[in-house]
Design a protein around this ligand. Structure first.
Ligand code: COA
Length: 171
């Protein structure tokens, strides 16, 4: 069974096995702590993720953000970042949700199903009428994941499509 579970200390080992392989930036999915050791992950990264989900310990100008690991039964296959509301930079930029699927698990529908689950959570917590996402034009797989989940291209610039999902979602 697939489910999203917020970052937590109990699952540190599994979470690290996914997290250690996320590069600093892949197609706009940003890892602020690339290359951390297992010890640093548990002592520094995980506490920060947990705090950010509660709106605590955020860098200046950042909004609360939940770090949601995508589980398939006993294993973690991906990570979703869910910003709880927009600010000017998110409205013009990355929007509410970002996601990463481990290269080992790509091409099996994990991003598609994970985004479906993340959108349901987002629809319940974000105050805006629409859920905002952004995707690079050279990332057709991610655009397909968004369109499959009911997103529409609201506008574009030279490099990116800006995709939105109307609330309420069709579930
Ligand atoms: C993009 C990413 C999330 C996709 O994850 P995934 O689990 O492989 O995605 P899925 O298997 O759910 O779906 C991929 C879809 O893209 C389609 N696809 C793959 N390559 C494609 C291409 N070159 N052109 C068009 N569609 C493509 C697949 O056919 C599939 O659609 P389908 O189910 O309708 O057949 C993953 O590659 C990743 O984590 N990349 C790095 C980070 C990233 O890009 N994040 C998104 C930032 S917006």
């Amino acid at each position: 069974m697939l489910f999203l579970k917020e970052a937590n200390l109990q699952d540190a080992e599994q979470e690290y096995l996914l997290f250690r392989d996320i590069p600093a930036d892949e197609n706009g999915f940003v890892n602020e702590w690339p290359g951390v050791s297992r010890e640093e992950f548990e002592a520094m990264v995980l506490p920060a993720m947990i705090a950010h989900g509660k709106g605590e310990g955020l860098p200046a100008g950042y909004v609360p953000e939940s770090w949601l690991f995508l589980w398939d039964d006993e294993k973690i296959t991906g990570l979703f970042r869910l910003r709880h509301h927009l600010c000017d930079s998110l409205r013009e930029g990355a929007g509410h949700i970002g996601y990463f699927v481990h290269p080992r698990h790509r091409g099996r529908g994990y991003a598609s199903e994970g985004l479906r689950l993340a959108l349901q959570i987002a629809a319940d917590i974000i105050p805006e009428d629409e859920i905002y996402l952004r995707v690079s034009k050279d990332n057709p797989a991610s655009l397909q994941v968004m369109l499959k989940n009911g997103g529409y291209i609201h506008h574009e610039d030279e490099e990116k499509f800006y995709v939105r999902f109307r609330k309420p979602l069709c579930r």
